[in-house]
Design a protein around this ligand. Structure first.
Ligand SMILES: Cc1ncc(COP(=O)(O)O)c(C=O)c1O
Length: 391
């Protein structure tokens, strides 16, 4: 037998793996509470589901145009102009992707060549590194620190730049740490990118999930940045549409047209009826209302989970500023994050994600999603305390 390609030797997604294990345990009748999933626990708002049903009945069952339905690209163009300060031509600078994930994947494949270096925060979301490896690039992890809320700094990024650096990936609000970059941080990052002539991939999928009155800022809106930035966003987290597989990317047409070639040869695009529903959702004020309701609820749960974690002996947790993850420091428990996650799952029936899944700088931490009911969060913390209390 011949061997499979070297490039396919990348690890499976650890977060998906744990969620699958928890689902299997639940299927066997075990009362597992999952704080592992990266998705809102709310079903997609009713009016958006109705739009999709109507789109099917109206015959949106054919291939979509590869960059996306024109009405959806128009809606995205209007949204990014009004909310993000990005001027994007719907005809040539926007692609509707199969979730934000495919946006990240095809942007990296387009920008990164063999031997290129890509700067990312460490720890980082599980998917960036495998994508860079598939593009034959090299990851250069820049450590972020708990004491400043895990924020990536321009100064640290600058220190990591070499003549091989091609791309900086930023993700704010952040998975797994919940950190949020402020405008000053982004200005520093932008000046590094301009001075060293680098591309930036800005993953803004958690854009709306911000707490304490923080405001989102898109790096592409800063001077000199539009021409070198691909902004990725989507519907999964904002509108609770993870299963619809719908996202988008925005960037300068010189790059976007090359991304489009990869996109149309691999996926063509997400289903037409989902795109039709998303276009209507974007222009319906009820969608913003549902985001507001969800964020208010997440903010309450954030307090419950962070306070609860800080009450458990030998665990501490800084308050995340965005997204829906608590990144708890478990280093005083004297076991690896994988051992703790397995113990808590096997003995306490609570699924969490070991920090090591996000790279070795994530060791000593556990990621717990608060996209679950307050009741489940309280019960999960109680079970965790019982398990780790005897260590
Ligand atoms: C940081 C980050 N970016 C992108 C995505 C992709 O989301 P989707 O493909 O559902 O739009 C996720 C999902 O978990 C994420 O956490």
């Amino acid at each position: 037998m011949k061997e499979i390609a070297q490039r396919a030797r990348i690890p499976r997604s650890a977060t998906v793996g744990i969620e699958n294990r928890a689902t299997e345990m639940k299927r066997k009748g075990m009362n597992v509470i999952s704080l592992a999933a990266g998705q809102p626990d709310f079903v997609t708002p009713q009016h958006i589901r109705e739009y999709a049903k109507k789109a099917l009945d109206d015959g949106y069952t054919f291939y979509p145009p590869s960059p996306g339905l024109p009405e959806l690209r128009e809606a995205i163009s209007k949204k990014v102009a009004e909310e993000n300060g990005i001027d994007a031509d719907p005809g040539s600078e926007i692609i509707v992707t199969v979730g934000g994930k495919q946006g990240v994947f095809s942007a990296i494949l387009t920008l990164v060549d063999s031997g290129d270096e890509v700067i990312i925060a460490a720890p980082s979301w599980v998917t960036y590194e495998p994508c860079v490896r598939l593009a034959s690039g090299t990851i250069v992890p820049v450590p972020v620190h708990e004491k400043n809320g895990f924020r990536l700094t321009g100064e640290d990024v600058l220190k990591a730049v070499t003549r091989k650096t091609k791309l900086i990936i930023i993700n704010s609000p952040n998975n797994p740490t919940g950190s949020v970059l402020r405008k000053e941080d982004l200005k520093e990052m932008a000046s590094v990118a301009c001075e060293k002539d680098l591309f930036v991939l800005s993953d803004e999928i958690y854009e709306y999930l911000l707490y304490d009155g923080l405001k989102h800022c898109s790096i592409a809106s800063l001077p000199g940045m539009k021409e070198r930035t691909i902004t990725v966003n989507g519907f999964s987290k904002a509108y609770s549409m993870t299963g619809w597989r719908l996202g988008y990317l925005v960037g300068p047409k010189e790059i976007v047209q090359h991304i489009l070639a990869i996109h149309e040869h691999s996926v063509t695009g997400p289903s037409s009826f989902s795109q039709k529903a998303a276009a209507q959702a974007m222009t319906d004020p009820r969608s913003k209302e549902s985001v507001k309701t969800m964020v208010t609820e997440f903010e309450k749960r954030r307090t419950v989970i962070v306070d609860g974690l800080n009450r458990i002996r030998n665990i501490s947790c800084v308050k995340p500023s965005g997204a829906f993850y608590a990144f708890a420091n478990i280093s005083k428990l004297g076991k690896s994050s994988m051992e703790i996650a397995n113990l808590v799952l096997d003995k306490g029936l609570v699924a969490t994600v070991p920090g090591a899944a996000f790279g070795h700088r994530g060791e000593g931490f556990l990621r717990l999603s608060f996209a679950n009911s307050t009741e489940n969060i309280v019960e999960a913390l109680k079970r965790m305390e019982t398990v780790v209390g005897v260590l």
